[in-house]
Design a protein around this ligand. Structure first.
Ligand code: ATP
Ligand code: MG
Length: 367
């Protein structure tokens, strides 16, 4: 029974008031996206459950603010009690005939046509930043020729087996797997095509990844066997292309970008790494490798410039000592740059998962 005149509000009124509130990443309505699975009105208060599409604090804060404003406008001014749930959705991407990895919702490839630009650094810090936001994250070292994840994550033990599958190691809240845990990482590893495919296949399917929101793949440089195997075997939700600002690196980054575009893997965007050196004395940024290249390339190929990470001694030190900057200094400017990158990646994948491409309208032709 409702008694509107007395300032008691109905469930329908609460739902109607929530109708215009948007989920910020997708720009679509919370109600329309079915992100409010439970609404309970008790007297002059309401208990709501709201589902988030990614574990991103700024998204949550924006939704909370808008929900409170919308409900304060109702007669009597409803003060909601909100229970938050995060449910990251799978966002296919890539070849539709590829088999997803069981339990893994989104696979993110960190790639570049060029060596030494910071792919592994970005992969490691992105994975940690996603985990710190509260997501379930894995990191697969797909660089079978020169694995760097053991050193960068500070782990090197041989993983255990359970039910004939490898149990990944864990560091900084991230499940990790690398060929470097099994073979001596200092030995040159020469793998031929079919063996690479077999090994990658094993890493994808014979590892207990269990439930993951995001599996980050650290790729070797170039567009070789590993990349080909991956894009054929699994639906990659999106690729993050890493480059440094100078022209030669950009040209190679574009090659990597085009390879993914050809196989219809969504490009999440470009990370410009070593984007200027911040002088520790004067605090000014010096563009050692040039300026604006990442932005220009992103514009040219109509993809997002996801982040600009400066040259910072702490990044190299952290990488060499198994203490990545996103883990040990999340509040530093660079730590925050990686948190911001994680946010943009998670948001883009949420949009991809929720906003289905519109069906083409059938045009009626008058004869
Ligand atoms: N922004 C940065 N500031 C300082 N050092 C950095 C930065 N990014 C990466 N490095 C350092 O540069 C080196 C190369 O980085 P990284 O191994 O991540 O590159 P990569 O693209 O994965 O290389 P490869 O092609 O060999 O796999 C590492 O020693 C790393 O610590
Ligand atoms: Mg690397």
């Amino acid at each position: 029974m409702s008694h509107n005149g007395l300032g008691v509000v109905t469930r329908e009124q609460v739902l109607a008031a929530l109708e215009p509130v948007k989920e910020p990443a997708t720009g679509q309505g919370l109600i329309e996206l079915k992100l409010v699975p439970s609404v309970e009105v008790v007297g002059n208060s309401a208990n709501l459950t709201i589902e988030l599409l990614s574990p991103i604090n700024s998204t949550k804060a924006a939704i909370e603010r808008d929900v409170r404003i919308a409900l304060a406008d109702l007669p009597g001014g409803i003060q909601p009690t909100i229970t938050w749930k995060t449910r990251v959705r799978a966002s296919g991407g890539g070849r539709s005939d590829a088999q997803p990895i069981k339990g893994v919702k989104n696979t993110i490839a960190v790639a570049s046509g060029k060596g030494g630009v910071g792919k592994s650094t970005v992969a490691v810090n992105l994975a940690i930043a996603l985990a710190q936001a509260g997501a379930k994250v894995g990191l697969l070292d797909a660089d079978v020729y020169g694995p760097s994840i053991p050193l960068m994550m500070g782990r090197s033990e041989r993983p255990l087996m359970r039910d004939n599958k490898i149990v990944p190691l864990e560091a900084y809240g991230v499940k990790i797997m690398s060929i470097g845990f099994i073979l001596d990482p200092n030995k040159a590893l020469i793998w031929r095509g079919p063996l690479v495919a077999q090994l990658i296949n094993q890493f994808l399917n014979d590892v207990h990844w269990d439930d993951l929101d995001y599996l980050v793949l650290d790729l070797p440089p170039g567009t070789g066997d590993v990349q080909l195997t991956l894009v054929q075997k699994i639906p990659i939700a999106g690729a993050v292309i890493v480059t440094t600002p100078q022209q030669v690196a950009l040209a190679d980054a574009v090659k990597g970008l085009k390879m993914f575009q050809e196989v219809k893997t969504p490009i999440l965007g470009i990370v410009e790494n070593m984007s200027g050196f911040i002088c520790p004395h004067c605090g000014e940024s010096h563009p050692i490798f040039g300026e604006g290249g990442g932005k220009q390339t992103a514009d040219e190929y109509e993809v997002e410039l996801l982040a600009q990470i400066p040259i910072e001694p702490g990044i190299r030190e952290g990488g060499d000592s198994g203490q990545p900057i996103a883990a040990i200094a999340p509040e530093s400017a660079t730590g925050m740059a990686f948190a911001h990158l994680a946010e943009r990646v998670a948001n883009q994948l949420a949009v991809q998962a929720m906003v289905k491409p519109r069906k083409p309208t059938i045009m009626l032709r008058t004869v």
